[in-house]
Design a protein around this ligand. Structure first.
Ligand code: NAP
Length: 291
């Protein structure tokens, strides 16, 4: 069984990005600059944004964090988005989700200039990805395609079962896997909470992408021998023996599934680190005006 080590791959990609940034600077180009808007003090969001800012430093990017109070109005936030859209110094920016309940996330995402939308959530980018045009692919799906590419996982002609149809993971992943890109050309089945006989479907899969957020959901009896499993799930599960009192659990029951797989991503250390590095890849693209 091949362990698809997202942490190691993310470190390799960061080193490559850092080298490219050095070359850009040496040739008189600009230092890529990522901005992040964080509204409120949600624990998970603070951690994620912290990782993103730290990763920018590691590769030599500039980063700007706008930490706003959760009492701000939607109008105020839209004003901040407009300022970042117009700020020539900023190559790309993200608005960390979730937002407080009184702010409509769709309205905020729609307000981002698609050329600076390095999270790839704006409908223009989603549409371009669907059409196979140059665009920002959202970070988690992009990270998964990098894992498949770098570990030479054959996808062409394979049956890929995606569990989950969210706009940020399942849906874009199914589009990429069925597209004509390097890690595409698969025959894709998308499953969700209304899917019947899920086990019959997953047992036919050469590649399973589990993105439902239910720890240990994918059990050994749902996976055929030799399948590749990409475990996207990251759920905090209470664990008194862990330092923080919780542990991250994936959607696959690792002990049962891994002996049957030809390759699998661990949780933590699989898809998660690749998500952050994908944001850096998109920011580099933005700085080079490639989208
Ligand atoms: P989400 O928006 O909650 O979507 C979950 C999807 O799973 C939905 O489409 C839902 O179906 C489907 N689902 C739920 N129960 C199911 C069942 N019993 N059988 C089949 N499908 C079922 O979640 P998400 O944002 O896509 O995230 C999924 C997981 O990935 C979470 O654990 C999240 O934390 C993790 N994640 C990790 C990263 C990373 O960087 N590692 C990034 C993003 C997300 P319906 O549509 O019918 O409700």
């Amino acid at each position: 069984m091949l362990l698809l080590d997202g942490k190691k791959l993310a470190d390799e990609l960061k080193a490559e990005i850092a080298q490219e940034v050095e070359q850009l600077k040496a040739s008189g180009g600009k230092t890529p600059h990522l901005a992040a808007i964080l509204v409120g003090n949600d624990g998970g969001s603070l951690t994620y944004v912290g990782h993103k800012v730290k990763s920018c430093e590691q590769v030599g990017f500039r980063s700007t964090l706008l930490h706003l109070d959760d009492s701000i109005t939607e109008e105020f936030l839209l004003g901040e988005v407009k300022k970042l859209n117009e700020d020539k110094d900023i190559d790309g920016f993200i608005v960390q989700l979730p937002l407080p309940k009184h702010i409509n996330p769709d309205k905020v995402i729609m307000a981002i200039d698609p050329k600076k939308d390095v999270d790839g959530f704006h409908p223009v980018n989603v549409g371009k990805v669907t059409l196979g045009l140059p665009a920002y692919v959202s970070a988690t799906p992009l990270g998964i395609t990098k894992i498949l590419e770098r570990y030479n996982i054959e996808t062409s002609g394979k049956h890929c079962v995606v569990i989950g149809r969210s706009n940020i993971v399942g849906r874009p992943m199914s589009i990429l896997m069925s597209g004509q890109g390097k890690t595409g050309n698969a025959t894709v089945t998308v499953c969700h909470s209304k899917t019947k006989n899920l086990k019959e479907i997953t047992l036919q899969a050469d590649i399973i992408i589990a993105a439902l957020g239910k720890p240990g959901f994918l059990t050994g009896d749902m996976v055929k021998e030799g399948a590749v499993v990409i475990d996207v799930g990251t759920t905090r599960v209470t664990d008194a023996t862990a330092k923080n009192g919780w542990r991250l659990k994936g959607d696959a029951n690792y002990a049962e599934v891994s002996p049957k797989c030809s390759a699998i991503t661990p949780v933590p250390g699989g898809v998660g680190p690749m998500t952050v590095v994908s944001l850096l890849l998109n920011t580099l693209k933005a700085a080079k005006n490639e989208v």
